[in-house]
Design a protein around this ligand. Structure first.
Ligand code: CUA
Length: 329
C-alpha cells in the first residue's frame, strides 16, 4: 500500500499490514479533525467578528442535541481506535505455540542472538520465512530496544528481566535492525540485519555453523553448568533433598511458603537463580545462595533451557536432553 513512499518501510511481516492500516486510520481521523477545527476557527473569527463598538451578540444557552452529538461521535471514534489497537496488541503479545525460540541479549553496543540449536550471532539474525519467531529479550547493562521497522516490532530489552515479542516474516530479504532506546555514545551504531531465508536455505545455514558457532546448544551447555556448579547436590529427585526437584517444573504452578502459587516460567526460574529467597517453595528452607554475579546472561539462558528440557519427574537429569539439542558441529 505504501511501498512507493520512502516514508513507510517495507511490509515484511504478518502484522505489518494491520499496524499500517490502524496507523493510517488514526492519521486520517487526526488530519480530518485538525483541518476541520482550523478552518472553523478562522472562518468563525471572520464571520462573527465585532462589527461596531456597541455590537453585543445574542446569548446562547446550550443545545442538548448538539452536545450529545459532539460527545458521542468522538467517543465512538476513540472506541474504534481502542478496540482495534488492543486486538493488535494482544496478537503481538501472544507468540504462537509453534514459534521458533531466539534469545536476544543487548549490551553496549551490540545485539547477541542465540538460536536454540546452538548457533550464535552478533548484530545479525537469520530466520526462515513463513515461520513465527519468538524473541526473549534481556540486557546486560542498560535498557536497549530491539526494533525492526519492516516487521513493525519494537521491544525493550531491560536488564534484570525478560521481555518477549514475536514476528512472522512474509518474504525473504534483508531488513534493518536498530536499537531504538538511547543507550550511550555508540547507540547509533547498535544496528544490524535480519536475514529472512527460504526454509531449506535456513536449515542449511543452521547446520553449517561458522566462526561464531558455539559447540553446544544452550540446553546441553546448561546441563554441564548445572553439574559444574553443583546444583544437583540439593536439587535432586529424593526425599529429604535440600532443594525442590526440577524435573517437570517448567511451566507448572508452584506452591510457595505462605500459600501463594506462581507459574514456573522463565522469569521465575531466572529470579530463583539470582535471588533464591524472593520466592521459597512450600516445605523448603531459604538456604540457597544467590548466583547473582556468578552466571552471565548467556549462562542463565542455558540453565533455564536445561531446566525446561527436564521432562517429567520419572526421567533422570542425564537422559532428559532431547537428541536434537546435542552437540552441533
Ligand atoms: Cu542499545 Cu541504543
Amino acid at each position: 500500500m505504501f511501498s512507493n513512499l520512502p516514508l513507510f518501510p517495507e511490509q515484511a511481516s504478518t502484522i505489518a499490514k494491520d499496524i499500517d492500516l490502524l496507523f493510517a486510520f488514526i492519521l486520517i481521523v487526526a488530519l480530518f479533525f485538525s483541518v476541520l477545527i482550523a478552518t472553523l476557527v478562522v472562518s468563525f473569527a471572520i464571520r462573527y467578528r465585532r462589527r461596531s463598538d456597541d455590537d453585543v451578540p445574542e446569548d446562547v444557552h446550550g443545545l442538548l442535541a448538539l452536545e450529545i452529538t459532539w460527545s458521542l461521535i468522538p467517543f465512538g471514534i476513540a472506541m474504534v481506535m481502542f478496540v482495534w489497537g488492543a486486538s493488535i496488541f494482544m496478537s503481538l503479545s501472544r507468540p504462537p505455540d509453534n514459534a521458533l525460540d531466539v534469545y536476544v541479549v543487548g549490551k553496549q553496543w551490540m545485539w547477541k542472538l542465540q538460536h536454540m540449536e546452538g548457533r550464535q550471532e552478533i548484530n545479525e539474525l537469520h530466520v526462515p520465512v513463513g515461520q513465527p519467531v519468538k524473541l526473549t529479550l534481556t540486557s546486560e547493562d542498560v535498557i536497549h530496544s530491539f526494533y525492526v521497522p519492516a516487521f513493525r516490532i519494537k521491544m525493550d530489552a531491560v536488564p534484570g528481566r525478560y521481555t518477549y515479542t514475536w514476528f512472522e516474516a512474509t518474504k525473504p530479504g534483508t531488513y534493518h535492525l536498530f536499537c531504538a532506546e538511547y543507550c550511550g555514545t555508540q547507540h547509533s551504531g547498535m544496528i544490524g540485519w535480519v536475514h529472512v531465508m527460504e526454509r531449506a536455505q535456513y536449515q542449511t545455514w543452521l547446520a553449517q555453523g561458522g566462526m561464531e558457532t558455539t559447540a553446544l546448544a544452550p540446553a546441553a551447555a546448561g546441563e554441564k553448568l548445572f553439574a559444574g556448579m553443583g546444583c544437583a547436590t540439593c536439587h535432586r529427585q529424593a526425599s529429604g533433598a535440600l532443594g525442590p526437584a526440577l524435573a517437570g517444573l517448567a511451566g507448572k504452578s508452584v506452591e510457595l511458603e505462605g500459600g501463594r502459587n506462581v507459574v514456573a516460567d522463565e522469569g521465575y526460574l531466572r529470579e530463583s537463580i539470582l535471588d533464591p529467597r524472593a520466592k521459597i517453595v512450600a516445605g523448603y528452607r531459604p538456604v540457597m545462595p544467590t548466583f547473582q554475579g556468578l552466571v552471565s546472561e548467556e549462562q542463565l539462558l542455558q540453565l533455564i533451557q536445561y531446566i525446561k528440557r527436564l521432562g517429567s519427574a520419572d526421567q533422570d537429569a542425564g537422559s532428559a536432553i532431547a537428541p536434537e539439542a546435542e552437540v552441533v558441529e
